[in-house]
Design a protein around this ligand. Structure first.
Ligand SMILES: [Zn+2]
Length: 311
């Protein structure tokens, strides 16, 4: 039976061809790497290749480096620091944490162990805990400069570059900062803006969030560094504002009409934003965002208008 061995060889050939095609398919899959973009004089955006770890922005001055957000953990902080070191060997002297979520501040001790950390008081408390004390095991606590009031804007002069740090009030969380670089017409938004994506929402405030975006849109801006994903334009920031305001309007109207959360989520029509990332490309869906705002509306109307006497 001479055909059988030949048939076997043929099968083996197909199998090997299959394996080699499969292998070349694996090789062809693009490997994402973190990227660094020069936005203007001495200013750089670090775009993470890990969607679970935030982007960063760094300003290199002759008296040290300022970094906005440091990534999820030591490993992500190390990747960021390696990129900073390709530009400058100077110490990282200031770190701004836009908010308390670990993907924005987990790399602090790796990126700038001796840096002053600038955050809202709320972020500091959520990061360290209300009764933080240095122990022998934990070592000394980092030095913080906190911003507590929305009327307070911290203006720094970093090597001749102005840096304006705004406290937006509750927005994505109960204590967010955005960092504006007027010389370079650039802004680092933290998670108040994600490029072509619906956001994740914490216990923030939608109305205030939209007002904060409106304020940003009044500024001269050429580059927007989002909390996650690629560097964006002012038009993309405006479109994201459009998403939040459309969601706000639909949820408020349907709630007023007496629809339950489940009914309203079914009727939500966000087709004009269907290109935005949602779960599983990112953490949340349009329906999740609707639920977060619905909860905000509920907590407002449920709250007593006047202090109730204790019974
Ligand atoms: Zn966040």
């Amino acid at each position: 039976m001479p055909q059988k061995p030949r048939f076997r060889f043929l099968m083996l050939g197909f199998l090997l061809l299959g394996i080699s095609l499969f292998a070349s398919g694996l090789q062809a899959a693009p490997v994402r790497v973190a990227s660094v973009h020069k936005l203007g004089p001495d200013l750089y955006a670090y775009i993470s290749n890990n969607d679970s770890s935030a982007n960063s922005t760094f300003l290199v001055a002759d008296n040290g480096i300022l970094v906005v957000d440091t990534g999820l953990n030591e490993q992500e902080g190390r990747k960021l620091l390696d990129e900073i070191r390709k530009v400058s060997a100077l110490p990282v002297r200031w770190i701004v944490n836009t908010h308390y979520h670990p993907d924005h501040r987990g790399g602090n001790s790796t990126v700038g162990p001796d840096a002053v950390i600038i955050s809202t008081a709320y972020t500091r408390e959520r990061t360290l805990g209300p009764k933080s004390k240095a122990t022998e095991a934990s070592g000394p606590l980092p030095v913080y400069e906190t911003i507590s009031s929305v009327t307070e804007t911290l203006v720094l002069n970093v090597g001749g570059h102005e840096v304006r740090i705004y406290h937006t009030g509750p927005a994505h969380t109960l204590g967010d900062l955005v960092v504006y670089f007027p010389d370079q017409h650039a802004i680092a938004t933290g998670d108040l803006f994600l490029t072509n994506s619906c956001p994740a929402m914490d216990d923030g405030d939608m109305d205030n969030w939209i007002s904060a975006l409106d304020h940003m849109l009044t500024l001269p801006i050429d580059h927007v560094v989002p909390g996650h994903f690629e560097v964006a334009t002012k038009e993309q920031l405006l479109r994201f504002r459009g998403y939040l305001s459309e969601l706000r309007q639909q949820v408020a109207r349907m709630k007023q009409d007496g629809l339950s959360l489940e009914q309203l989520q079914r009727h939500l029509d966000m087709k004009s934003f269907k290109d935005f990332r949602q779960w599983p490309q990112y953490e949340a869906t349009f329906a999740d965002n609707a639920a977060a705002y619905y909860k905000q509306l509920g907590s407002r109307s449920d709250a007593p208008r006047h202090p109730q006497p204790a019974k």
